[in-house]
Ligand binder design. Structure first.
Ligand SMILES: Cc1cc2nc3c(=O)[nH]c(=O)nc-3n(C[C@H](O)[C@H](O)[C@H](O)COP(=O)(O)OP(=O)(O)OC[C@H]3O[C@@H](n4cnc5c(N)ncnc54)[C@H](O)[C@@H]3O)c2cc1C
Length: 260
């Protein structure tokens, strides 16, 4: 999966330097900038610094409210902080993960919006509960769609599962339909229970909304076996008769059988 992304960057002349922490930005020659990273000095006309976000929870912590993972404001399913009269929602607050059931910090738009609506309603007397999050996310990398939901193998191991995974590559359209790309799917399941834990998809087309099937399956605590048996749509412009998700699901069931 990762190789497809690095190849895509390479094909568009984007250099990727992993394991090279940013050490500084200096004025170089000709009014250009030099970015110092690891043992490299990279000349640049313009530098965009994208270092991620972090919850601004200082005031809340100072007021004695409990903090969650990554210094988020810890909230219950009604979006109440440790002071039940104070609500928190959005990127600053934590959530419960649909697979692990544990507190997680996943700063994404839908869950922030949904939590905001529910916190607002509860603050004026409603008693609504926010559903757990799966961390479903999608982005575009030049011509590729990249999507994920639930846990990766590494995250599943860290959460105490015994994960097995299956990776498949399939055409994005039926063989009779021109213009197909390649869809790579990785599905992860727990070898003990057979439960589906997560999935990732990379493809020229069809990844973005296919990941929602994985998200729905995670929300229903579906097993890999049940996932492989889903009745998914087929027509030549949209995929092969056996949807790539079903091919991956079938392979995952086989992996589970051999790992038992
Ligand atoms: C470049 C970018 C792209 C993104 N793309 C996606 C995407 O494709 N999909 C996705 O799911 N998520 C995406 N996100 C994440 C998504 O935008 C956030 O998860 C979401 O906006 C969080 O909503 P929020 O209400 O918690 O915070 P915000 O949207 O950050 O809103 C917080 C608001 O509070 C205001 N504020 C801050 N401090 C104070 C103060 N002291 N007093 C008054 N007001 C204050 C701010 O000005 C801001 O308007 C992206 C984020 C970025 C930065």
């Amino acid at each position: 999966m990762e190789q497809r992304l690095t190849k895509q960057l390479d094909a568009h002349n984007v250099g990727l330097f992993t394991g090279a922490p940013l050490q500084g930005i200096e004025m170089g020659g000709d009014s250009r900038l030099d970015v110092l990273a690891g043992d490299r000095r990279l000349p640049a006309d313009l530098v965009l610094v994208a270092l991620g976000v972090e919850p601004n929870s200082e005031v809340a912590a100072g007021a004695g409210l409990d903090l969650g993972p990554d210094r988020t404001l810890a909230v219950n399913e009604h979006l109440q902080t440790s002071d039940p009269d104070i609500f928190a929602a959005g990127d600053c607050a934590d959530a419960f993960h649909v697979v692990t059931g544990k507190r997680a910090w996943i700063p994404l738009a839908l869950r922030a919006n949904r939590a905001g609506k529910i916190a607002g309603a509860n603050a004026v007397g409603a008693n609504l509960a926010v559903p757990p999050v799966a961390g479903t996310a999608v982005f575009r990398l030049f011509d590729l769609e990249v999507a994920r939901s639930g846990l990766s193998v590494v995250e599943a191991s860290a959460a105490g599962f015994d994960p097995v995974s299956a990776v498949i590559h399939a055409p994005t359209r039926a063989h009779s339909f021109p213009g197909a790309g390649k869809m790579s799917v990785e599905l992860v399941a727990d070898s003990g229970s057979g439960r589906l834990l997560g999935g990732q998809i990379v493809a020229e087309e069809g990844a973005a909304h296919r990941i929602d099937t994985v998200a729905a399956a995670l929300g229903a605590s579906m097993s890999a076996q049940d996932f492989a048996g889903l009745d998914l749509a087929y027509a030549p412009p949209f995929g092969p008769t056996w949807d790539p998700l079903l091919v991956a699901g079938t392979q995952l069931v086989k992996r589970l059988a051999t790992s038992a």
